[in-house]
Ligand binder design. Structure first.
Ligand code: COA
Length: 259
């Protein structure tokens, strides 16, 4: 793979931007440099008109085993506040194009929170998910108490956050943290296949649909429904809407141009 700093590798394959966390000897622990690399890679692909979808992955042993404990262990509260390491995550949250996570091995702490910043999560059968911060005397800080609760409910979120227990991929999938579980040897192929499928769709429809689903985390049902309706109507200003509906009526495959 080419590009970026060593901690994060990037590559483009047929309109899919691939981002790989690359600190395998530290189980891809997310130190500050890795987070900077991740933000640069994801926001860079978000701006790149040749890219329609992103794949985020790690190594076979670990998607990411959390924030880098060594980097935080001696920090004071004031240093942590000044460092403001979680504000970077906001930039990932604002990425408009879909991000597909391909997860193998550990997705713990910040790794699990990073998974929750992705839109579709493909997990290898042996992948493990958890928020184990409680075991090192702290708690999640990048959404692990908020996004878990909204996506898997209070009972399961409390179980994860208070006990630090790891969930196997199938349990994480049943709970709603993961979209699909596949045999270990297929997790990357399957995630890439999903990315290519998304890359063939209308980019504007994808972005609006992603935005609408994420809105549900933030607002009331009636406001969310209103928002969804407006985004739906807006798509009727695109050529892709004309093309998609014409192709259906003409019984052919649509070709979406993002206009
Ligand atoms: N931060 C910094 N380094 C980490 C790390 C983290 N979150 N997770 C793993 N590493 C490092 C280990 O220190 C070790 O480095 P070393 O070889 O220089 O000693 C290397 O990665 C391999 O990890 P190791 O613990 O030896 O592997 P393991 O297979 O025995 O255990 C885990 C795997 C994931 C269970 C274990 O590494 C772990 O519990 N990690 C921390 C998870 C965590 O608490 N995350 C939340 C952080 S806020």
């Amino acid at each position: 793979m080419r590009g970026m700093a060593n901690e994060v590798l990037t590559e483009t394959r047929a309109q899919v931007g691939i981002v790989r966390i690359n600190r395998p000897d530290k189980l891809n622990a997310l130190n500050l440099a890795t987070m900077d690399g991740l933000v640069a890679a994801l926001t860079g692909f978000d701006r790149d008109p040749e890219v329609r979808c992103m794949l985020l992955t790690g190594s076979e042993r670990a998607f990411a085993a959390g924030a880098d404990i060594g980097e935080m262990s001696d920090a004071s509260m004031v240093e942590m506040i000044r460092r403001d390491q979680f504000s970077k995550w906001e930039r990932i949250r604002r990425v408009k194009k879909p991000i597909v996570a391909a997860v193998s091995g550990y997705a713990l702490g910040g790794g699990c929170e990073l998974v929750m910043h992705c839109d579709i999560v493909v997990a290898a059968e042996s992948a493990r998910f958890g928020q184990p911060e409680i075991n090192i005397g702290v708690m999640p800080g990048a959404g692990g108490t908020q996004r878990t609760t909204r996506s898997i409910g209070k009972a399961r979120a409390m179980d994860m956050v208070l006990t630090g227990r790891m969930l196997a991929a199938t349990e994480a999938c049943q709970a709603g943290l993961v979209s699909r579980v596949v045999p270990d040897e297929h997790y990357l192929d399957e995630a890439l296949r999903v990315c290519h499928e998304l890359a063939d769709k209308s980019p504007l429809a994808l972005q609006h649909a992603k935005e609408a689903v994420l809105k549900a985390f933030d607002t009331t049902l009636s406001e969310g429904l209103e928002y969804e309706r407006k985004l739906f109507y807006m798509l009727f200003a695109t050529q892709d809407q004309r093309e998609g509906m014409a192709a259906f009526l003409e019984k052919r495959q649509p070709v979406f141009t993002g206009k």
